[in-house]
Design a protein around this ligand. Structure first.
Ligand SMILES: Cc1ncc(COP(=O)(O)O)c(C=O)c1O
Length: 402
């Protein structure tokens, strides 16, 4: 078996044709294709009045935090198992991320612990990492980890009680669904104050690099749009078009986060395939789960009954006490057998940047640390064949059933 990559982007002739047309069109930066991608995204999500395309998911999170008015010493609550971006956008403003432990069964932020932490903060008790001179608690940034929704209904109730904003990190969720209070299926992110998506190369749909901020709020959308282009009140397309004017004013020092039409060309075609990509990832997840369930020492991911997983990531747990194999060694042995695998993610409170700045200890978030020591992300992408998935499962069994 040839080496099976951990990830492979699915770029077809449609994407190539659209990019070629864009290149030939004479307009390659933010313009008509970005506009179309934004409109298509709203349509696909069946929600959200405004979609602002940006050049990364991190940019979407950054501008969301900016639009919510996060400032120095403000406190924002995030899970400890997430990518660097969720926390770093808070540090851009010297705001304080307060971490929450994650759940054993879906690795998402634990809502009981979120509630307890907020109670502790508001009652003046100490919580890990929170300095005494902290500012007001402003918001919560839940992460729909690996593509399975957090308990967003409960999160919203908690946010309402404490008057906090919610920015949903939907980087793993295009598409993913949860059941609303009335039993209806809703797209993850479609009911958010602001939902931030990523189109990085290994995401469920890609633009190479790219992101989207989705919101129903006119003012937030306008702020994100203006700040994505230097704080200018007149966009490039208007300025250079026949009927446009060169004149613009700068309201605030903004950023350069706009998506190009070249990238949007890929996104337009990827979005058309989002459901068929999803079907293929679901089928792969099913094979993995059938093949690996019951293997001693391996725990397979469980899709909750009120969720539809995007299967951006298929994460298994390897218990070394049962298998006799350390996680690191397991990944190494998979590589020897021509299978690429990786880890998402080392909890942020273990990284020197957060550990040392906020004086955090490993044992502050014990469930996340326990999860982290066992997790392995397996290959999952539409072009992975059934034969390859079965080969991977055989390789797993060969390593752990010695
Ligand atoms: C949970 C999470 N949030 C945010 C991001 C940032 O997205 P991007 O790489 O598009 O900036 C990522 C990317 O991997 C992510 O996994």
């Amino acid at each position: 078996m040839d080496f099976i990559n951990f990830y492979k982007p699915e770029i077809g002739q449609e994407e190539i044709n659209e990019v070629t047309e864009c290149l030939k069109s004479g307009w390659i930066t933010t313009g008509p294709r970005v506009k179309q991608f934004e409109a298509d995204f709203i349509n696909y999500m069946k929600a959200g009045k405004h979609a602002v395309a940006l050049n990364s998911g991190t940019a979407a999170l950054h501008l969301a935090v900016e639009a919510m008015g996060v400032r120095e010493n403000d406190v924002v609550i995030i899970p400890t198992i997430t990518f660097a971006a969720t926390a770093e956008v808070l540090r851009y403003y010297n705001a304080i991320p307060v971490f929450i432990d994650c759940r054993e069964d879906d690795f998402c932020m634990d809502m009981d612990k979120l509630e307890q932490t907020l109670e502790d903060i508001f009652d003046g008790r100490k919580v890990p990492g929170l300095p005494d001179n902290h500012g007001p608690v402003k918001g919560i940034m839940p992460v729909h980890f690996s593509g399975q929704a957090v308990d967003i209904l409960r999160c919203k109730k908690i946010a309402k009680k404490y008057n906090l904003f919610i920015i949903e990190d939907c980087a793993h969720c295009c598409p993913s669904y949860f059941k609303d209070e009335d039993g209806a299926w809703k797209m993850v992110g479609s009911t958010a104050d602001i939902a931030c998506y990523s189109f990085y190369a290994n995401k469920t749909i890609t633009t190479g690099e790219g992101g989207m901020a989705l919101t129903n709020n006119d003012k937030l959308a306008e702020r994100i749009r203006v700040m994505s282009l230097h704080g200018m009140n007149n966009n490039t397309r208007n300025r250079f078009s026949q009927n446009g004017s060169w004149y613009y004013e700068i309201s605030d020092p903004g950023y350069k986060y706009n998506l190009t039409d070249i990238a949007a060309s890929i996104g337009i075609q990827q979005l058309k395939k989002a459901d068929s990509f999803w079907e293929k990832r679901r089928a792969i997840a099913k094979i993995y789960s059938e093949e690996l369930s019951g293997v001693p020492g391996i725990t397979i991911p469980i899709e909750q009954s009120n969720r539809k997983h995007s299967w951006h990531l298929y994460i298994i747990r390897v218990d070394k006490d049962v298998t006799g194999v350390e996680r690191q060694d397991f990944i190494y042995q998979l590589k020897e057998l021509n299978v690429g695998a990786t880890v998402h993610y080392m909890p942020l409170h273990l990284h020197p940047c957060y550990r040392d700045t906020f004086n955090l200890k490993k044992e502050d978030f014990p469930v996340s640390v326990r999860i982290f020591e066992q997790i392995v992300s397996m290959p999952i992408y539409p072009s992975l064949t059934e034969g390859q998935v079965k080969y991977i499962c055989k390789a797993v069994k060969k390593i752990v059933c010695k």
